[in-house]
Design a protein around this ligand. Structure first.
Ligand code: HEC
Length: 116
């Protein structure tokens, strides 16, 4: 194989590899910036952090709780959109209903939480 042919072959292999790699990542990618912005505008950090328990569980603890559960996304979607009753220091209150532009934004946040 001469030099020109070899480098062409190499470039094609590289291009195919990169393209399929990107597609694989894209299929399940979480939009981190959008998820974090949604947490911020909803002030979820008042009661939650990624790795420390506050009034509410750490997102990492939630990710562990739902690991391998097929209904994880559905459960958390209901949790965030239907204001279930929660208890903080023995006092019952409604969990905050998330304000987001659409369901997809809420689902992106759920993917973010489940991947902590
Ligand atoms: C006033 C405090 C408070 C605020 C504000 C709050 N949460 Fe919570 N959250 C809690 C408490 C307490 C629990 C635990 C409920 C339980 O286990 O019964 C909880 C539970 C959760 C869970 C776990 C649910 C489960 O099924 O295990 C998630 C996820 C969550 N909150 C996300 C959020 C998000 C996102 C926001 C912002 C939109 C938010 N929370 C705002 C207090 C809060």
């Amino acid at each position: 194989m001469n030099q020109v042919k070899f480098s062409h072959f190499f470039r094609v292999v590289l291009a195919v590899g990169l393209t399929s790699g990107c597609l694989a990542v894209q299929a399940q990618a979480v939009d981190l910036a959008a998820a974090e912005a949604l947490l911020l505008t909803n002030k979820c950090a008042k009661c939650h952090s990624v790795d420390k328990k506050k009034d509410g569980p750490a997102y990492k603890a939630t990710a562990t709780k739902y690991k391998g559960k097929a209904d994880a996304e559905a459960k958390l979607f209901a949790h965030l959109t239907t204001a279930p009753t929660i208890e903080i220091d023995g006092i019952k209150e409604e969990h905050q209903k998330i304000k987001a532009k659409d369901d997809a934004a809420v689902k992106n946040l759920i993917k973010y939480i489940l991947s902590r």
